[in-house]
Design a protein around this ligand. Structure first.
Ligand SMILES: Nc1ncnc2c1ncn2[C@@H]1O[C@H](COS(=O)(=O)NC(=O)[C@@H](N)CO)[C@@H](O)[C@H]1O
Length: 427
């Protein structure tokens, strides 16, 4: 959410942001609704002020025993009270409608973000690692998983329907090893480990920006005010709602974990093979809350990307980083990098990480503030990046490290989390 004063003073900038982000919100309609609210607010306040003045004159008339005047004044007071009683519900209805529209206003993308329509306009900015040249018939992730009996999709579909999976054997151990590896490496950088609720109240989803627009991606729990989170980012944002932190508490850095759930509405028929796009997965998340300073946000954005690059380099996976364009980054972002790992069977890079900064767009929605050294209260800036999301990361991991004899090499960095095991051996 943007500051209403900013929108009033910079309507063209906000309209341009909406255009660049394929956001169809009618900013003029919001501003005229805002004018209606301000006018009605003034009328109600004036009526209240008149009421106060009147009550003094009524007491005065009573003291001076001016019965006629006092009655006339009381009647005037009643008329005013009627007016207020009629206008207040209208005022709160319009304020509620203005708030709902404010939630739909996109953030202003940084000028460094490429202007574009969709993911095809994202700009690659960095490549790392040698793509493997297999001198044998290489397999895709699903063939490898079946060959090594590492997955059971059929029984998962029986249990949970489409886009579900059972990870078996070393793949199940790999997933937990990857979670532990990511948690450890990021915690070693001073980030506070958190295991957070995967069920969260509505205000958490409004706070991080998942609601109202992304509501169709979220599973609701029947009869409760809680929903299943698509990322621990939702719960971490909700943890600090309505709090006023001290500046010296910032930056707050977290490495969060929880199971993630997504409806994946609108992706029918897309990425249906294997475990690329599923309804439930595990993710270790980096989350930073810092003071309201653009340079600091940019520094953290670069740092969060670097942290994840270090993890992927340790897993020895070739990847590239793309600067996400305005049409693909979504409403809340000021800037966004995707880290994409090379998937040999597809002959292309596929997204495994998203790294974003928001300035105070999330903090304003979740009302997370801090008191700076001069005692001024400001909204914090928030950022997040994937550390590791699995099983999606298993796709490049298994494919890249497959060997001619059918075994799969476990990267050195993961071995301590796999009991020292070096290969997944063909059975
Ligand atoms: N439906 C899904 N199935 C499997 N993995 C997914 C799915 N949705 C997202 N992911 C993984 O989770 C990562 C982060 O998801 S994201 O929506 O892009 N970004 C976030 O959730 C941010 N909180 C940063 O992690 C993706 O890059 C991908 O690796």
């Amino acid at each position: 959410m943007l500051d209403l004063a900013f929108i009033r003073n910079n309507p063209e900038a906000v309209k341009e942001a909406a255009r660049l982000k394929n956001n169809t919100l009618d900013i003029d309609a919001l501003l005229s609704l805002d004018q209606q609210v301000l006018t009605l607010q003034r009328e109600v306040e004036e009526a209240r002020a008149q009421q106060n003045a009147l009550s003094k004159r009524i007491q005065q008339a009573a003291r001076e025993k001016k019965v006629e005047e006092r009655n006339a004044l009381i009647a005037e007071g009643k008329r005013l009270a009627e007016q207020i009683k009629e206008k207040e519900p209208e005022l709160s209805r319009l304020q509620e409608e203005r708030y709902r529209m404010l939630l739909l206003v996109p953030n202003i993308p940084d000028p460094s973000a490429p202007i574009g329509k969709d993911e095809n306009d994202n700009v690659p900015i960095k490549y790392w690692g040698e793509k493997p040249e297999f001198n044998f018939k290489s397999l895709d992730h699903y063939e490898l998983m079946q060959k090594h009996d590492l997955v059971d999709i059929e029984r998962a579909v029986k249990v949970a329907g489409s886009r579900s999976y059972v990870l078996k054997g070393d793949a199940a151990r790999l997933e937990l090893a990857l979670m532990h590896f990511a948690f450890d490496r990021i915690a070693l950088k001073g980030f506070t480990p958190l295991i957070v609720p995967a069920m969260a109240r509505e205000f958490c989803f409004i706070g991080n920006g998942q609601f109202p627009k992304g509501r169709d991606q979220v599973y609701a729990i029947e009869g409760e005010d809680t929903f299943l989170v698509g990322t621990s980012e939702v719960s971490i944002t909700g943890m600090f709602k309505d709090e006023i932190l001290k500046e010296e508490e910032l930056p707050k850095t977290f490495v969060g974990y929880c199971p993630c759930f997504r409806q994946e509405a609108g992706t029918y028929g897309k990425d249906t093979r294997g475990v690329f796009r599923i309804h439930q997965f595990n993710k270790v998340e980096q989350y930073v809350m810092c003071k309201a300073d653009h340079e600091e946000s940019v520094r953290w954005h670069e740092q969060l990307l670097k942290n994840s690059e270090e993890l992927i380099q340790a897993l020895e996976l070739p990847y590239r980083v793309v600067n996400v364009c305005t049409g693909d980054m979504g409403d809340g972002k000021v800037g966004m990098y995707d880290l994409e790992c090379w998937v040999p069977s597809e002959g292309r890079y596929r997204e495994t990480h998203s790294c974003s900064y928001f300035h105070d767009w999330q903090a304003r929605r979740a009302n997370i503030r801090y008191r700076d050294e001069e005692g001024k209260v400001k909204f914090v800036h928030t950022l997040n990046n994937t550390a590791i999301a699995s099983p999606r990361i298993l796709i490049p991991l298994l494919e890249i490290h497959q060997q001619a004899d059918g075994s799969i090499r476990i990267p050195q960095a993961l071995r301590p989390y796999m009991g020292g095991q070096e290969y997944i051996k063909a059975r």
